[in-house]
Design a protein around this ligand. Structure first.
Ligand SMILES: [Zn+2]
Length: 335
């Protein structure tokens, strides 16, 4: 059957409309230096003033550039963290619009927590976060952890490409399998980039995971549209939910069930389930944030802790792209 180019483009547009987008603006190159260990962190980023300068370097790798007028003269800096352009007096605050704003805590305390998160295989407990940041309540510490997991989700924006394996898994989570709706609620979609040449799967590379709302066959296509670059070679098992992948612009390959031993999706699902069993605060409402954390840790498991820390700080700042520029005079008055 012949299909028109118009209908294909429409399908691609529909697929892309569901993408999670943070920003389309290119980010500047990040500084090559990052803390090598905890002692280095405490020396180089031990107080909030040092932390703000580090954030400045991540934001403006070639030096300050006023987002309002483009002036590159060294700006004014106040003790409260305000950075003001000398040419137009436009002011920005590094923490504004980022996770560092709430709960309110000194920036160097936030950096200590991000270091601990980057340096461990699992997240800190609520009690550890509360103690490290000097927060008054467990609720504030929980909000801090939720923000960090959200930041981890922002780190994984690049669509997978090349050869990608796509599949679904039903997670068996502690205490949740007794619920009647478990089979529907525990369903996740997993996409794994493989390093093999076309037609072969090869080693397991970066991945994306999404908690599915139910058994809707449209979920498979919608997830592929957000997680995988169009034109990629996508390997799946035979399922009606994947029947339109080729029409949507992917090179669809159907994998035979007897090749399950080499399935990256099954391997990732097993690791994910084991990891979730070690987490104490997983429930249905927070499952996606835990999936984002697992994805972040898996994708960056081989890099140094300092590089992962820098990635977290950089992603936290990325959240502020839309909010970074503030009305200068008002802030200068209140500083
Ligand atoms: Zn300016």
């Amino acid at each position: 059957m012949t299909r028109t180019m118009g209908s294909k483009n429409e399908k691609r547009r529909q697929l892309r409309s569901g993408c999670r987008r943070v920003t389309d603006q290119p980010r500047p190159a990040e500084p090559s230096h990052y803390p090598r260990d905890k002692r280095d962190l405490e020396t180089a980023l031990g107080d909030s003033r040092q932390c703000r300068r580090y954030c400045e370097q991540l934001n403006w790798s070639s030096g300050f550039r006023c987002p309002e007028c483009g002036d590159t003269t060294e700006p004014w800096r106040t003790s409260t963290g305000l950075i003001a352009c000398r040419a137009c007096r436009h002011a920005v605050m590094i923490e504004r619009g980022t996770i560092f704003q709430r709960p309110s805590a000194p920036l160097n305390r936030w950096f200590q927590v991000l270091w601990e998160v980057a340096d461990r295989e699992a997240c800190m407990s609520v009690e550890q976060v509360r103690e490290t940041m000097g927060l008054p309540t467990d609720e504030a510490a929980s909000r801090c952890l939720a923000s960090i997991r959200q930041t981890m989700g922002l780190a994984e924006q690049r669509p997978l490409s090349g050869v990608v394996e796509l599949g679904r898994a039903c997670l068996e989570l502690p205490g949740m399998m007794l619920e009647e709706s478990w089979l529907r609620k525990g369903l996740v979609a997993i996409a794994v980039e493989r390093t093999g040449a076309a037609g072969q799967l090869g080693e397991t590379g970066p991945l994306r995971i999404q908690h599915l709302a139910g058994q809707d066959t449209s979920d498979g296509l919608a997830f592929a549209g957000t997680a995988i670059e169009l034109g990629s070679e996508v390997h799946t098992l035979a399922w009606e939910g994947y029947a339109q992948l080729a029409d949507a612009g992917f090179q669809h390959r159907i994998r035979r069930p007897e090749h399950a031993a080499s399935s990256g999706v099954d391997h990732v699902a097993s690791l994910l389930e084991l990891w979730l069993w070690t987490q104490s605060d997983v429930d249905w409402s927070s499952l996606q944030s835990h999936l984002d954390e697992f994805t972040f840790r898996f994708n960056h498991r081989s890099e140094p802790s300092g590089r992962t820390f820098q990635r977290l700080v950089s992603c936290a700042l990325r959240q502020a792209d839309a909010n970074l520029a503030l009305p200068g005079r008002d802030l200068l008055r209140s500083a």
